[in-house]
Design a protein around this ligand. Structure first.
Ligand SMILES: NC(=O)c1ccc[n+]([C@@H]2O[C@H](COP(=O)([O-])OP(=O)(O)OC[C@H]3O[C@@H](n4cnc5c(N)ncnc54)[C@H](O)[C@@H]3O)[C@@H](O)[C@H]2O)c1
Length: 260
């Protein structure tokens, strides 16, 4: 089997759960040297335990992407140790749902601070190094919510549409430096994030978890949720030279949700 990321230096945020965890496991199999970060230290350690074959090539770091100093330290210490970053995956994210008229300000602040400003912090401190080294791939996590409206998701949608715009514009800025910048837009993906989203909606609407889940499943034309591994394979594609002519693009892995 061809190893696609042998000794590539990969920095990944949000690695303690869901899509980030599956990406870390897949990238380890592909030979990457990884710096995995998350606000959740316990979950990070679990991810490390799941990486059987290359624990020696993997470091974990507790980083809150809302905190610029912590993010800067993650980027600077990676450069100090390895001298470069081949792939930066900006994955950490949160969801909060509810109607706008009662949406708590603190929930909107959290969405903006993690999804939007967290994305910015992670790119901001890495960009000077990327510009110097003149190679590399940056991958952000947008969402179907960046492309279409979703009931009770106005605040979340606004942050993911922001991530999409940020990614496209950054791709233009970094193209002269041979850096590719792309986003992935997952549809409904079976992770703790989606499970909490469905549970909250079921509670708010007075219907069962199963009923809301069924609604989400019927959104994609494939009629089921994605596994986090199915999103990780798309991230892998954008990380490797197999996607060498792709920049400023958004890869929708949504089971056909947004084609309808
Ligand atoms: N699951 C889905 O259906 C879905 C759909 C579209 C987009 N996405 C996006 O994919 C990405 C991953 O989501 P997931 O489904 O794996 O969710 P998840 O909740 O399973 O994982 C998200 C991770 O981000 C971490 N995180 C949250 N706040 C953080 C902070 N301030 N600093 C550092 N880490 C923080 C969490 O601790 C968690 O480990 C997110 O950006 C999400 O918006 C998910």
């Amino acid at each position: 089997m061809k190893i696609r990321l042998k000794d590539k230096i990969v920095v990944l945020t949000g690695a303690a759960s869901g899509i980030g965890r599956s990406t870390a496991i897949l990238f380890a199999k592909e030979g990457a040297i990884q710096i995995l970060s998350d606000i959740d230290e316990v979950g990070l350690k679990e991810t490390l335990e799941m990486i059987e074959n290359s624990k020696d090539k993997t470091s974990i770091m507790k980083v809150d992407v809302r905190n610029p100093e912590e993010v800067k330290n993650m980027i600077d210490s990676t450069i100090e140790k390895y001298g470069r970053i081949d792939v930066l995956i900006v994955n950490a994210g949160v969801v909060r749902v509810g109607p706008v008229e009662t949406f708590p300000d603190e929930d909107y602040d959290l969405l903006i601070d993690v999804n939007l400003k967290g994305t910015h912090h992670t790119c901001k401190f890495a960009v000077p190094y990327f510009k110097k080294q003149k190679f590399g791939s940056i991958i952000t996590l947008a969402s179907v919510a960046a492309h279409i409206g979703q009931t009770a998701h106005a605040n979340y949608c606004s942050t993911k549409a922001g991530v999409l715009g940020y990614t496209r514009a950054l791709a233009l800025d970094l193209a002269p430096y041979n850096i590719r910048v792309n986003s992935v837009s997952p549809g409904a993906t079976d992770t703790p994030m989606l499970q909490s989203d469905v549970a909250k909606q079921a509670k708010d609407r007075g219907i069962t978890y199963k009923e809301v889940k069924k609604e989400f499943e019927s959104e994609g034309v494939l009629g089921r949720w994605a596994t986090p591994e199915e999103i990780a394979t798309g991230i892998l594609f954008l990380a490797t030279e197999e996607s060498s002519y792709i920049t400023g693009a958004d890869l929708r892995i949504d089971g056909g949700w947004t084609t309808q």
